[in-house]
Design a binder for this molecule. Structure first.
Ligand code: DGL
Length: 266
């Protein structure tokens, strides 16, 4: 089989990475996407960098064993703490979500005041701050961990009073800082985009790294001659715990039904 005919491996701590899969399906309809959600060990956002790095390498190995031509780390926490370790461990191209998100934020801001929200692990790592500064050293960057947003997104409480209150509590300091672009630096946050936008007002552009990541994947495939030949694409899902919950709530993250998922043993 030619390398271009191989699948793209995508992984996340659970359902969140399906927001990235949604964008990949739209941008690359001929590709075969193979997704792994580590539902048995989610969430990663509250775990140490050492543990997240170990899990990242294990998840990647499962997908590499399936024979994939490229890996997408569709999780901000893993991208923030383990991308370099993963790149060192494989020859397959690895795309994370941090650099694409940072690029989109730099393109979006006019006043050069950028906010970043994410899990505790992502914010503590400083990865977005480093990626943004590398692109524009003069940026003012304001960050905030918003751990409750993950639970709210999974619960489907994305636009009720509790979501609005959480947004107000987490985002007050960012609003005061007069940012005009905010990176949604967690797979789950695009589901809360309307509530976040309503609180921050029309002057703040929300940056969803999933869209930009899909663009980067398309560019890498094109440059390396790895784009799939024309024909119908496919998507298959693997999980590390029983699949019912993933299938049930996954459709909200994917934007279409998750028909089935296969449990793998860990
Ligand atoms: N996927 C994670 C991220 O984007 C959020 C969920 C978790 O904490 O595992 O950071």
């Amino acid at each position: 089989m030619a390398a271009s005919e191989l699948g793209i491996g995508i992984f996340d701590s659970g359902v969140g990475g399906l927001t990235v899969v949604q964008q990949l399906m739209a941008a690359l309809p001929h590709e075969h996407l193979v997704y792994l959600g580590d539902t048995a060990r989610t969430p990663y956002g509250t775990k140490s960098a050492a543990v997240v790095t170990r899990y990242t390498l294990e998840n990647a190995q499962f997908l590499l064993d399936q024979g994939v031509k490229l890996l997408v780390v569709a999780c901000n926490t893993m991208s923030a703490v383990a991308l370099e370790a993963l790149r060192r461990s494989t020859d397959v191209p690895v795309v994370g979500v941090i650099e694409p998100g940072a690029r989109a934020a730099v393109a979006a801001t006019r006043n050069r005041k950028v906010g970043v929200i994410g899990t505790e692990g992502t914010i503590a790592s400083g990865s977005y701050t480093r990626a943004l500064r590398a692109l524009d050293p003069g940026l003012e960057i304001y960050t905030r961990a918003c751990p409750l947003f993950v639970a709210l997104a999974e619960e489907g409480w994305v636009d009720n009073a509790i979501a609005e209150q959480a947004a107000a509590m987490y985002l007050a300091s960012l609003r005061q800082s007069r940012i005009d672009a905010l990176v949604l630096g967690c797979t789950h946050y695009p589901l809360l985009a309307r509530t976040i936008a309503a609180y921050l007002g029309p002057g703040v552009q929300l940056v969803d790294s999933a869209t930009e990541t899909a663009r980067e994947v398309a560019a890498i495939l094109a440059v390396r001659g790895l784009a799939a030949p024309p024909g119908p694409g496919s998507t298959s899902f693997f999980v590390t715990d029983v699949p019912e919950r993933f299938i049930r709530i996954g459709s909200r993250f994917l934007g279409s039904a998750v028909d089935s998922a296969v449990r793998i043993e860990r």
